[in-house]
Design a protein around this ligand. Sequence first.
Ligand code: ADP
Ligand code: ADP
Length: 222
Amino acid sequence: MEIRIQNLSKKYKDIKALNNINLTINTPAMIGLIGPNGAGKSTLMKILVGQLIPTEGDVLIDGISLSKREKYLKERLGYLPQDFGLYEELRVEEYLDYMASLKGIKRNRKEVIKRVLITTNLEEKSRIKIKTLSGGQKQRVGIAQAILNSPELLIVDEPTVGLDPEERIKFRNLFSEDSIDKIVILSTHIIEDVESICNLIIVINKGKVLFIGEPSELVKKA
Ligand code: ADP
Ligand code: ADP
């Protein structure tokens, strides 16, 4: 997959959340999107998942405008927003089964759920009610639902917010294994959470790209 972001701007009334972003991303890539609060990270992610329409510019997925990419949005994309809610009363496997039904996954649903439970290290929690899980475990349930459709592009907004140090480390391990054949974009305002697992760092601030490169280059500059 190639994602080509061209002259992309997004305004909310007079706030320029994104200001002329130009970027090309190819599979495979494990990307850390870094910037302080208000930098424009969520806005960029919401445009990539089709939830927001740009004010100017375009995003091309394999050469075709995102606005014409309904199938990509449905089948090739996984998204975990920052403020996702879980059905706390459901057991993990019930929740995943429900989310799989919403995503139209009919074939091999049991096996699909087993696969995402293994990937997110939640096999032993499958019969447990979501409300009794820790913050990190809930975050992994969120990831599990985002990868039910084996997306080629996985976008996760601020996945480490609210996690304790031990949970942060487990979280990093989760992604280090899972990015070989896809594009993963993780946003954060804490660089340490992504620098060890990402091979590309994009720093944005005030809606502009300040840096693109390998984590080691960023450390040299800082
Ligand atoms: P980040 O995810 O990096 O914290 P956001 O993309 O959420 O940044 O926000 C970028 C800028 O756009 C901020 O100044 C924010 O206040 C503003 N903003 C975001 N969403 C809205 C909205 N729905 N209406 C008005 N302003 C918004
Ligand atoms: P309510 O009628 O109070 O909204 P719901 O049964 O719809 O109750 O939601 C129960 C919980 O599930 C809430 O915490 C909500 O945030 C969460 N929730 C709602 N929609 C979704 C969704 N699409 N995916 C995951 N969780 C959701």
